[in-house]
Ligand binder design. Structure first.
Ligand code: ADP
Ligand code: MG
Length: 243
């Protein structure tokens, strides 16, 4: 029998920062390996909180998170094998791009020759092969975000989290980066949990979208279904909005 369990499974996850208000209420979501799932919701709805719990930077107040069949609720962040790209996730400013990319591999005690090869390959992957000796200050915003992406992918994480990674970029760059992320996802096959408040971005990039509001998944489905059969008034309004 093929049980095919979910790769990532949030089970009744709750989060309260102050022991009174639940910022995340009964969050349930199952994600298949290789899927690109977006949490789409307005500012303040709890999206980043969900990612912080998944990454291990915030505790889970109640419930559990399963990754590849094991609970990770009490596993240290760096042992979760999760790559991250955040809008404000700064590169180390005093390091060159090569050093920035090498960092996650050094942490994992990879041998120097392997690191050198991986760094160059990942710089080329985001079309910055000739920029290895530069520092982040010598790059444009879009280039910096591509370095952040390469750094998140360099240790071949099984899961990549992206929290509004393109929020600081102008429209043209944002569209280029959307294509770039989609291409890398297809090429490398990692699983993505992507967070945005931009419904156009969610609709163009995602396999499935979880529409999130008030700490609750309002509806989770493929983009077409959310458009054609919104499950409630919030989803209809949010997806229908022109923003
Ligand atoms: P989103 O990413 O959807 O904008 P967040 O997860 O950042 O939402 O925030 C959800 C709610 O939790 C907000 O009301 C926010 O003020 C609150 N919150 C987020 N982080 C903290 C924190 N570290 N301490 C207390 N409250 C927080
Ligand atoms: Mg946020």
């Amino acid at each position: 029998m093929n049980q095919n369990p979910a790769f990532l499974d949030f089970r009744n996850v709750q989060k309260s920062y102050d022991q009174r208000t639940l910022v995340v209420k009964n969050f349930n979501l199952s994600v298949r390996q290789g899927e690109f799932v977006t949490l789409l919701g307005p500012s303040g709805s709890g999206k980043s909180t969900v990612l912080m719990m998944l990454a291990g930077f915030e505790s889970v107040t109640a419930g559990d998170i399963m990754l590849a069949g094991k609970s990770i609720a009490h596993v240290a962040p760096y042992k979760r094998d999760i790559g991250m790209v955040f809008q404000s996730y700064a590169l180390f400013p005093h390091m060159t791009l090569e050093e920035n990319l090498a960092y996650p591999l050094r942490l994992r005690k990879e041998p120097a020759d392997k690191i050198r090869v991986a760094v160059q390959r990942h710089l080329e992957m985001v079309e910055l092969g000739a920029f290895g000796k530069r520092t982040p200050a010598q790059l444009s915003g879009g280039q910096r975000q591509r370095v952040a992406l390469a750094r998140a992918l360099i240790f071949s994480p099984r899961l990549v989290l992206m929290d509004e990674p393109l929020g600081a970029l102008d429209k043209k760059l944002r569209e280029q980066m959307q294509l770039e992320i989609t291409r890398l996802h297809k090429q490398l096959g990692f699983t993505v949990i992507y967070v945005t408040h931009d419904q156009t971005e969610a609709l163009t990039m995602s396999d499935r979208i979880a529409v999130f509001n008030n700490g609750i998944v309002q509806q989770c489905d493929v983009p077409e279904a959310l458009y054609e059969r919104p499950g409630n008034g919030f989803v209809a309004d949010f997806i229908g909005e022109n923003n």
